[in-house]
Every structure is written in structure tokens, then in C-alpha cells.
Design a protein around this ligand. Structure first.
Ligand code: ADP
Ligand code: MG
Length: 246
């Protein structure tokens, strides 16, 4: 089954159209990357899927369920987003416990705290952090909280927007390893934005190269490793990308 199918997706911010006729399909269990230069529309695609960018035409279907623009709780149970910046994405006055409990309350899921405990454990956050605030955590710990918040509803698809780019180089590998393990353990599907092709090689099966709001090429990670991308722009992008997952 396809985890995510996007057809003819055009997304607008006000009067300006940011993406043009995006088509892509991500298989269940697959890890799929969106790459491309800054401003090419990668984040915008994730925002439309997550229901944050609401002005679009075309279709977005996850696990056979089509979403309409805006809030869609049924869709949210299946699909959650992790934002680029763990500093900006966590509420500064909410404890880890409050942040992780909130989605459960919104979705009317009764829980006596066990699910929070369980998800903290799965992302490698020690119990002692449970009643701390974001400013009392390191960048890596905050991103673990953001990942835990995305996972607490037990979604099958995660949208990851440059999940390590705001972190110190020393903790980037930890978070990449965590994402790799979570996907394996929980059978998750990833759609991940990155500007780092080494991250694609490490974590993804396929990639789409975006430019000016369009997909110019879809290729396998294997093709990428062999330097066998076909589109001239894709080839240029590889040449200038860092070669380490940093
Ligand atoms: N909230 C917004 N309002 C208006 N324009 C936006 C907004 N967010 C992004 N854009 C514009 O949309 C385009 C694509 O941005 P984005 O999806 O963030 O690119 P990427 O993630 O590939 O760097 C850019 O031209 C950017 O300036
Ligand atoms: Mg972006």
C-alpha cells in the first residue's frame, strides 16, 4: 500500500504559487527525501501535508485516506510532523510532560501517564526530564522531545523537516541514529527534507530533487551513491553538497 500519494499539488502563499504540479508516491515503510536548494518549496510541501499550509489544489492521500486543507484529526493520527528548529517548536512554558500529554488530550485518548513514559523511553529521554522545561534541556534533548511529541499518537508516517540541521554537529549523528532505529522498530514511513545528501544516503531509500517549486528528478539512494543522477541540476547539487552526515 502507498503510505503517501500526492497528485498535482499546487500550494499558494497568498497570491504566489510556491509549488507546481508536485506528484510523488511514498511506499509504506519507505524513507523518502526531498532535497533541493533553499526556497525550492520543500518545507511548504510538508506544511501542506501536515495541514499548516492550507491554500492548495490537487490531492494528498495517506494510507488511502484523502485529506482536505486545514485541520483533519483523522489524518493527524496517521501523520505527524517534526519541525526543523527544536528551539522554536516547543512551547517555552510547557514541561516535557505537558507537551507530550497535549496531543493525547486533543484526540481524547485517556492515559494515566504510561504512554508518556513509554514514548520518552523510546526516544532515549531519561525519566528525570519529564517535568523539565525546554530551556533546561540541550538541543539534542529538545529534538528528542519533538520526535516524541510526533510519535505519541502512534502515527505511521512522519514528516521530518531538516531534523538535525539546527543541532550541534556532535549530536546530529545521535538523532540520525535514533530516527533510523525508530523507523525499524515501529515500521514508520518517513518523508524527510534535508539539504544534506549524506543524510539521504544514511537514512533514505529514494529522493526527489526540487527546484523552484517543481520536482526535477526522482531517484534511488543507490543511484545517488553511484553518482548516477540524470538531471543536470541534480548533478550540480550533488557536487556542492557536504559529503558527511553533518
Ligand atoms: N509563510 C510564508 N508566507 C509566504 N511565503 C512563504 C512562506 N513560507 C515560505 N514562503 C516562500 O515559499 C518559497 C518556498 O519556501 P520553503 O518551502 O520554505 O522552501 P525550502 O524549505 O525548500 O527552503 C520561498 O520562496 C519562500 O520565500
Ligand atoms: Mg525549508
Amino acid at each position: 500500500m502507498s503510505a503517501l500519494t500526492i497528485e498535482n499539488l499546487d500550494i499558494c502563499y497568498g497570491e504566489s504559487k510556491v509549488t507546481h504540479d508536485i506528484n510523488l508516491s511514498v511506499a509504506e515503510g519507505e524513507s523518502f527525501a526531498l532535497v533541493g536548494e533553499s526556497g525550492s518549496g520543500k518545507t511548504t510541501v510538508l506544511r501542506a501535508i501536515a495541514g499548516i499550509a492550507t491554500s492548495w489544489t490537487g490531492s494528498i492521500t495517506a494510507f488511502g485516506q484523502a485529506r482536505s486543507p486545514g485541520i483533519d484529526r483523522g489524518f493527524a493520527r496517521q501523520c505527524q510532523m517534526v519541525f526543523q528548529d527544536p528551539y522554536g517548536s516547543l512551547h517555552p512554558r510547557k514541561t516535557v510532560d505537558a507537551t507530550l500529554s497535549e496531543p493525547l488530550a486533543i484526540h481524547g485518548i485517556a492515559d494515566n501517564g504510561e504512554r508518556v513514559d513509554e514514548v520518552m523511553q523510546s526516544v532515549g529521554l531519561d525519566r528525570r526530564f519529564r517535568f523539565r522545561f525546554p530551556h533546561q534541556l540541550s538541543g539534542g534533548q529538545r529534538q528528542r522531545v519533538a520526535i516524541a511529541r510526533a510519535l505519541i499518537l502512534r502515527p505511521k508516517l512522519l514528516l521530518l523537516d531538516e531534523p538535525t540541521s539546527a543541532l550541534d554537529v556532535s549530536v546530529q549523528a545521535e538523532i540520525l541514529n535514533l530516527l533510523k532505529r525508530l523507523r525499524r522498530e515501529q515500521g514508520l514511513t518517513y518523508l524527510m527534507v534535508t539539504h544534506n545528501l549524506a543524510v539521504v544516503s544514511f537514512l533514505c531509500d529514494r529522493l526527489a530533487v526540487m527546484r523552484h517549486g517543481r520536482i526535477v528528478e526522482v531517484a534511488s539512494a543507490d543511484q545517488l551513491k553511484r553518482g548516477a543522477l540524470e538531471d543536470p541540476y541534480s548533478r550540480e547539487l550533488i557536487q556542492f553538497s557536504p559529503s558527511h552526515p553533518a
